[in-house]
Design a protein around this ligand. Structure first.
Ligand SMILES: Nc1ncnc2c1ncn2[C@@H]1O[C@H](COP(=O)(O)OP(=O)(O)O)[C@@H](O)[C@H]1O
Ligand SMILES: [Mg+2]
Length: 245
């Protein structure tokens, strides 16, 4: 199991959209979105489905039983006709926070055995001093999502600095709003850029709409998210090779 954590420093740059696009790019095969934003989940609302069974029920079950692949699968909702398997968080912040605390404490969710499976974890906006720290540790890699503009990059720079001692490999995803191209953003953040997403409001809006999501799966936004997915997995595999040496 590989866990890719996506997070933002401030505002709403497009973390949830990127998480969905990454999983859609794989057609939902061997991967799933985990909603782990302490502000509450979005996908149940967007897809007009019940929020349970999801993260809250899985957290309750995990108090009594180990989370194995079957238990996780039983709590995934096959959104978008199975192209977007998702572990849905409660929509309210209190419910989402409680479920996240239960799972992070037990550190079980990500210790799952299937090495081919990749969870894309939507951590939302993260303050490193917040209780999200437990979930940050559970991720194999952290990808900071930022828009390519002055304020976004400045806040992301501060978050990156505070995460440097998290001992998790860090990279960033750039939503190409300009005026800062990836090389400038890399220099400013002192982090590798693992992917550039086009600024594409229309396609991003379609990804939020279950009537249009299938058509949006062939968009440039989703293919860029797929390339980002591949880059991150390649980095993860290289690290494993280095660790074995
Ligand atoms: N790559 C993008 N280009 C243009 N608009 C985007 C992009 N990604 C997200 N958006 C839009 O930005 C808003 C916030 O997106 P969302 O993914 O919910 O952000 P977050 O999870 O960071 O709060 C939504 O209106 C979404 O459609
Ligand atoms: Mg979000």
């Amino acid at each position: 199991m590989t866990a890719i954590g996506l997070l933002a420093a401030k505002g709403s740059p497009g973390v949830t959209t990127l998480a969905a696009a990454m999983v859609l790019a794989r057609g939902g095969v061997g991967t799933a979105v985990v909603e782990a934003d302490r502000a509450g989940g979005d996908l149940a609302l967007l897809h007009a489905v019940p929020q349970s069974p999801g993260l809250a029920e899985l957290a309750a079950r995990a108090r009594r039983a180990a989370v194995d692949d079957d238990l996780l699968s039983a709590h995934l909702r096959p959104l978008a006709d199975g192209m977007l398997p998702s572990l849905l968080a409660p929509v309210d912040a209190a419910g989402a926070g409680a479920a996240l605390d239960l799972l992070a404490d037990r550190a079980r969710l990500l210790a799952l055995p299937d090495p081919a499976h990749t969870l894309v974890i939507d951590l939302g906006r993260v303050d490193p001093a917040s209780p999200a720290a437990g979930w940050l540790r559970l991720c194999d890699l952290l990808v900071l999502v930022t828009r390519g503009e002055l304020t976004g990059l400045a806040h992301t720079q501060a978050l990156a600095r505070s995460l440097l001692d998290s001992s998790r490999p860090l990279g960033f995803a750039l939503i190409d709003t300009g005026p800062y191209p990836p090389a400038d953003a890399e220099a400013a953040l002192d982090l590798p850029c693992v992917g550039v997403l086009p600024y594409a409001p229309k396609h991003a809006a379609r990804l939020r709409d279950p009537r249009h999501i299938a058509a949006a799966a062939s968009s440039q936004l989703v293919s860029a998210a797929g390339a980002l997915f591949d880059t991150v997995i390649a980095r993860r595999n290289r690290q494993e090779v280095l660790a074995q040496k």
